[in-house]
Design a protein around this ligand. Structure first.
Ligand code: ADP
Ligand code: MG
Length: 415
């Protein structure tokens, strides 16, 4: 495997000699310089290489894989047989699938290529119909795709490119078996791209089985947080969370707020509380229907609602521009989700603020997050419900000592 060095980094899109219409769309989108993952992968993808891309969400992977596919297909049209697809992009959630297909449509404007997104939770018939004439680009989530394959509505005889997006998230969501089943239907010889934010062993193994002599591009380790995001912790008691939220939302600087919570039920309770304050609010979680999730996301994107409450699974990878604040109502159980969550703000170079509520029982969890990101997060005492955790930690330490237990050294935390 080859690790691309800084030497190959591309400075602008013009030097790629892309089809003029693609370049035009890139300019229209306002992209002037390629992001690191784009700079390091597009030149090699245009040459047909396989790729292992390790990059966190928000790094610009969508254009990195979409542009080379469209450039290749736009240069050479192929007559598609019924139900055959020329490229397949597999991604874990409906929202991501929709977002990718939107990007494909934008970059591919004027190229007369066909694309469609398929996912579960909505009717199959329009999807089956769209597949009948064959498609240049199919964007899909694994479950519905398998269903369509098994019923003979999708074939891969003419497949040229396969993209597996957010592979580690597929694993987290329990989709790996479905992904492997899909792969078993694909021809061996095609260009394959695998993107993942992290490389757990199962994904590493899959990448070895799937990719042939790939270019390996690693941008920003998963342990790095976006440096355009100001991170703070509000230390407080659980009972004061809603009141603090109220104080915060009374400030108009909180113009577009994404709140992460632990459970679907918890999310609904927060929404209710916020609505009682007459602040516009919507929620996305897996108990909501697809239509409700789409509506919530769109109204937040369009600025019709100020606050979006989300669970981790529903929100990961979703690209929402101009999120002014991310609020962690609870600290995430999986510390890598902290990075995903705060990455929803400060997107593509804009600045953002991420505030995490931390209650006494979460002190250890905060420590794990700080260890992962290799950075201390400032505890901001400038809020009405601030509690000084040092008294709590020293009280519990005394208790442990009294029991004759060996107290762990408090490693200079500033609670
Ligand atoms: P990922 O798939 O890695 O999570 P996306 O492809 O969704 O990231 O891109 C994240 C954001 O960055 C999007 O808002 C996208 O429009 C923007 N973006 C992508 N490429 C560029 C670029 N070259 N210049 C500026 N913004 C970009
Ligand atoms: Mg993405």
């Amino acid at each position: 495997m080859l690790l691309i060095g800084a030497m190959t980094i591309l400075k602008d899109f013009n030097s790629l000699k892309l089809l003029p219409s693609i370049l035009e769309q890139v300019e229209k989108k306002g992209y002037t310089t390629p992001t690191p993952i784009q700079a390091q992968s597009i030149p090699h993808l245009l040459k047909g290489r396989d790729l292992l891309g390790i990059a966190k969400t928000g790094s610009g992977k969508t254009a990195a894989f979409s542009i080379p596919i469209l450039d290749r297909f736009g240069r050479k049209n192929v007559v598609l047989k019924p139900n055959q697809v020329r490229s397949l992009i597999l991604t874990p959630t409906r929202e991501l699938a929709t977002q990718i297909e939107k990007n494909i449509t934008t970059y591919g404007e004027g190229l007369e290529l066909s694309s469609k997104v398929v996912f579960g939770g909505v009717g199959r018939q329009p999807q089956i119909k769209a597949l009948e004439g064959g498609l240049d680009v199919l964007v899909a989530t694994p479950g519905r795709l398998l269903d369509l394959i098994n019923c003979g509505h999708v074939g891969f005889e003419q497949l040229e490119v396969f993209v597996l997006d957010e592979a580690d998230m597929m694993l987290d969501m329990g989709f790996l078996k479905d992904v492997k089943s899909v792969i078993s239907f694909l021809p061996i010889k095609n260009q394959t791209l695998l993107f993942s934010a992290t490389m757990p062993p199962a994904i590493e193994k899959l990448s070895k089985e799937l990719l042939i002599n790939p270019i390996k591009v690693k941008v920003d380790l998963e342990t790095s947080t976006v440096d355009t995001v100001i991170q703070k912790v509000y230390a407080l008691e659980k009972k004061n969370k809603n009141e603090l939220l109220e104080t915060m939302l009374a400030d108009s600087a909180y113009s577009s707020v994404l709140i992460f919570c632990k459970t679907k039920l918890g999310g609904d309770i927060i929404v209710q509380h916020i609505e009682n304050m007459s602040v516009s609010c919507a929620a996305i979680h897996s108990n909501k229907s697809q239509r409700e999730r789409d509506e919530a996301l769109n109204s937040f994107r369009e600025g019709e609602v100020r606050v979006l409450v989300a669970t981790d699974v529903a929100a990961r990878g979703i690209d929402i521009k101009n999120v002014s604040h991310v609020i962690n109502y609870n600290l995430p159980e999986d510390p890598t989700n902290y990075i995903h969550r705060i990455g929803r703000t400060g997107r593509a170079g804009q600045s953002g603020v991420a505030i995490s509520f931390c209650v006494p029982s979460e002190i250890a969890r905060l420590g794990t997050i700080e260890k992962l990101i290799d950075q201390k997060i400032e505890i901001d005492a400038d809020q009405p419900f601030h509690v000084d955790f040092s008294s709590i930690t020293s009280a519990s330490k005394k208790k442990k000592n009294a029991k004759g237990m060996k107290a762990k050294k408090a490693k200079g935390r500033r609670f």
